[in-house]
Structure formats: C-alpha cells, structure tokens
Design a binder for this molecule. Structure first.
Ligand code: IPE
Ligand code: MG
Length: 223
C-alpha cells in the first residue's frame, strides 16, 4: 500500500489526510478480495523501516490503526474475515497490541478470507528470527541440522500456516519489493500500478487478478 503521502501532496493536503484515505482503500481492497473469492489477503501496513519516520506521522498511523481495529472488526467478523497481524509486536504500543489480540481472538473462527496485516514487519528480520528459532530447536535436540530443508524452515516463519502469495500488487509506480515477504514471494506474480494507494478500488483488485490469470506460471520448468 504505497503512495498515501504523494496522493495528499498532489492535492495540497497533509500526509495524514492521505493515510485516512488509504484506510478507506483498505476497506475497498478487502471487499474486492472477498468478491473475487480470494482466501488470503496480506497488506503491508507498516514496515520495520517505517519506524524511521517522524514521530508525529508514526503516531498518526498508529492512531489510524487503532481506529481501524475498533471500527472495522465487527463488520469483518460478520463477513467471515479472520484477521491476524504479523511482525515485531515488541515495538508496538501496549494499547495497539491489546486491540490486535482482541481482533485476532474475535475473528479466529472465520474462514472466508484471512486478512493478514504486516505491522512493524520486515522480511529479513522475519527470516533471521526463523533461523534463530530453528537453531534453538536444534539445540534442544528436536531437530537435526542435517534434516533442515525448505519445508521445515518455513514452519518458523510468521506465515507458517499460510500458502505463498500468488500475486503481489504494489501501487504508486514504485517497482520494488521493499523487504516484504521475501521468502514467500519466490514465485509470486507482480502487478505494479501507477495509481496511489488511496485511489485503489475493488475494480483494481479485479483487474489485477484478471492480469494474474493471463500469466503463464512455470516455476522454473519448461511448458
Ligand atoms: C503508504 O503511503 C503508507 C505507509 C507506508 C504507512 P506512504 O506514506 O509510503 O506514501 P508516500 O510513498 O510517501 O507517497
Ligand atoms: Mg511510500
């Protein structure tokens, strides 16, 4: 979800207005995903690197997140959405963590769409944490180093119980992955949109999925 700040600047508005409009786009993205029968939607809400932003903007974003968690959870729950958060929770405020835990508990039994929000998330940090946990499991004698393979390694990632993404969409014209799900996106199809995140709507989700269906996925093999 990129381009909230540029969307606001283009309108002579403060960045915070862009973030507010971005939250509305989240609603549209979730609706679009449900309408298309998507079972897993993962949104990059706040990266490990976003902590480098000015405190006032971080506070704005956290405030918006709290508002989202308070206002939207009931509707998400009614629509069969299971919500979960991945990332480094130790850096989040206690109030934010409490709301996340409540939202996760409330929606835990739902199965129509798993909405994962990556918060304080960085893929390299996730992989290092997985390596650390795996080393600890080896130390405890639960696993032999020689038995480590991709499937066993993956179990230590935040996404252990999720399928790899088929499609990655990035808005606002940047063509980078920016430390998002590096391991999991090994074979993801990428769609880059010029529009900024606040302008993302249900139709964008539909057309990105249509483009995805037109791709020829070979996973390194021949036809
Ligand atoms: C995306 O918009 C929202 C977050 C990363 C939290 P940006 O804030 O990155 O907007 P730009 O890239 O400055 O336009
Ligand atoms: Mg940005």
């Amino acid at each position: 979800m990129d381009g909230n700040g540029r969307w606001a600047r283009a309108r002579g508005l403060p960045r915070t207005v862009g973030h507010n409009s971005g939250a509305e786009a989240v609603r549209q993205a979730v609706k679009g995903a449900v309408a298309c029968g998507v079972e897993y939607l993962t949104l990059f809400g706040f990266s490990s690197e976003n902590w480098k932003r000015p405190t006032a903007e971080i506070d704005d974003l956290m405030g918006l997140l709290k508002l989202y968690l308070k206002r939207e959870i009931e509707e998400l729950h009614q629509n069969g959405v299971r919500m979960q958060v991945i990332g480094d929770r130790s850096r989040l405020g206690a109030d934010v963590v409490a709301l996340i835990e409540a939202a996760e508990a409330r929606t835990a039994g739902n199965a129509r769409l798993t909405l994962t929000i990556a918060l304080s998330y960085g893929a390299r940090a996730e992989i290092v944490l997985a390596a650390k946990r795996l080393a600890e499991a080896v130390q405890r004698g639960e696993l032999k180093a020689g038995d480590v393979d991709e499937a066993r390694f993956e179990r230590f990632l935040f996404t252990a119980d999720m399928p790899d993404p088929d499609l990655l969409i990035r808005t606002s014209g940047e063509k980078r992955i920016s430390n998002f799900l590096l391991w999991q996106c090994a074979y993801a199809e990428f769609v880059f949109l010029e529009k900024h995140w606040p302008d993302f709507g249900q139709d964008d989700m539909k057309s990105a999925i249509a483009e995805f269906h037109g791709r020829n996925r070979r996973y390194g093999a021949t036809e």
